[in-house]
Design a protein around this ligand. Structure first.
Ligand code: AMP
Ligand code: MG
Length: 415
């Protein structure tokens, strides 16, 4: 059996970013991955600005022997207007976001002043620089504000827009084909025959892929026949970067996914010392020469990656989060894909140690500790909705109350 870390390292070493890039409007770039650095061509803020409503003054005017705090108001500067240089010995009425006039080096907020409209009396002696946001304090002209490989969050789009970027260079979306095997699978909306179950994984896996920004082709349930499986694989290989399947990767399975992938490409069946999970299939499906001609993006490679997930709902969910997610994000062009792991206190005991690396569904309680979902079976999908994340518990390790454990929040894994 492979350790989780060995399996992950082998899988991720095969992932190279897709090559296709495009330039798209910043307004439409949410969740896309930058293929080039975004460099600011201006200082932000572009000039010294006031961060308060008040009066711009020259601090040296206040250090004269008589310590005069009464100054003539020589100009009024609303935001968006270019000021005159500040006349020595005077103050300028100024507003938040307005340009600080040349010569002024501090702002006194209006709450610390008295005025008759003509003159202002300062009730406070500001230090040089007080309430002034210096030109370039946030961003310097020429600096990289978002490196290539960044996935564009709403904040990142705002940052790009703040330096005037109307378009961004991004990689095309990762194209993933997905299908499901198992004669017991039924779609919601259809009556459940004896021995059948609903195809819940179709909903979970599609949602997970769409959350990652993938373009998904869903072939649904493929009949459990070798020919049908091979045909679907050949078709899917043509215009996708990854084929993801679910079910039929356990040892001794009757399903036709394994022989079909072996016939159409190559496949390694992995036994990973993890729970839930364990079986995972990784390989590739060949593209025919004729097929690669049809799709410029596909021409870069003669093969399409294949990952086969186990069918148990919690196993497929966990193996997706731990293996497929980072793999897809590397294809998408991201550079750092490891989730952040927190150290949190276990408010429960798990007396029985397991030989395998367990990924336990747990929830953060109001006291900042972790509670464990009572049923950790890999068929219990309710645990994934109840939980806020997975405890990464190493092999052969029992957990005692109060112990610090490794916790990977779903917020780190679901996007
Ligand atoms: P398998 O990996 O095919 O041996 O399936 C393991 C278990 O997961 C079996 O109980 C299957 O019925 C169940 N299963 C397989 N595929 C799905 C699916 N798409 N949705 C829900 N359960 C599934
Ligand atoms: Mg099956």
């Amino acid at each position: 059996m492979l350790s989780t870390a060995e399996a992950l390292a082998t899988l991720l070493s095969a992932a190279t970013p897709i090559t296709g890039t495009e330039s798209i409007p910043t307004l439409e770039a949410l969740n896309r991955v930058l293929s080039a650095d975004v460099i600011s061509l201006l200082d932000v803020p572009p000039m010294n600005t006031s961060s308060m409503d008040g009066y711009a003054i020259r601090t040296e005017d206040l250090t004269t022997a008589d310590g005069n705090r009464r100054l003539l108001i020589s100009q009024r500067i609303p935001a968006g207007h270019a000021p005159e240089p500040l006349k020595p010995g005077t103050a300028a009425r100024i507003f938040t976001g307005a340009t600080v006039p040349r010569g002024a080096d501090a702002i006194v907020m209006q709450e610390q002043t008295e005025t008759d409209g003509n003159e202002v009396t300062l009730l406070h002696s500001p230090a040089p620089g007080e309430w002034i946001t210096a030109q370039g304090a946030d961003i310097r002209n020429g600096s990289i504000i978002l490196p290539a490989g960044t996935r564009l969050t709403p904040q990142a789009l705002g940052l790009a827009a703040s330096v005037g970027c109307a378009e961004l260079q991004v990689r095309r979306r990762v194209k993933v084909a997905v299908f499901f095997t198992g004669d017991e699978l039924t779609m919601p909306g259809e009556p459940l025959k004896p021995g059948a179950i609903y195809n819940s994984n179709r909903f979970t896996l599609r949602g997970l892929l769409e959350n990652l920004g993938c373009e998904v082709t869903d072939y649904g349930i493929v009949p459990d026949k070798l020919d049908a499986t091979r045909t679907t694989l050949r078709e899917a290989a043509q215009a996708h970067d990854l084929i993801l399947t679910c079910g039929g990767v356990s040892v001794g399975e009757e399903d036709h996914v394994k022989p079909a992938v072996e016939a159409e490409g190559r496949l390694s069946m992995w036994q990973i010392a993890m729970k839930p999970g364990k079986p995972l299939a990784f390989g590739a499906v060949r593209r025919s020469a004729q097929q690669t001609d049809k799709d410029a993006d596909a021409a870069a490679s003669a093969e399409t990656f294949f990952i086969g997930l186990p069918g148990n709902p919690v196993s497929s969910f966990a193996t997706f989060l731990l293996f497929v997610r980072p793999f897809v994000l590397l294809l998408a062009g991201m550079r750092t894909v490891a989730p952040r792991v927190l150290s949190l206190r276990a408010d429960f005991a798990q007396k029985k140690a397991d030989r395998r690396n367990e990924f336990l569904r747990a929830r953060v309680n109001a006291a900042g500790g972790l509670d464990l979902f009572p049923n950790q079976s890999s068929a219990v999908l309710t645990s994934t909705v109840w939980g806020d994340g997975l405890i990464d518990n190493p092999p052969n390790h029992a957990i005692s109350v109060g112990e610090t454990v490794r916790f990977i929040p779903f917020s780190e894994l679901l996007n």
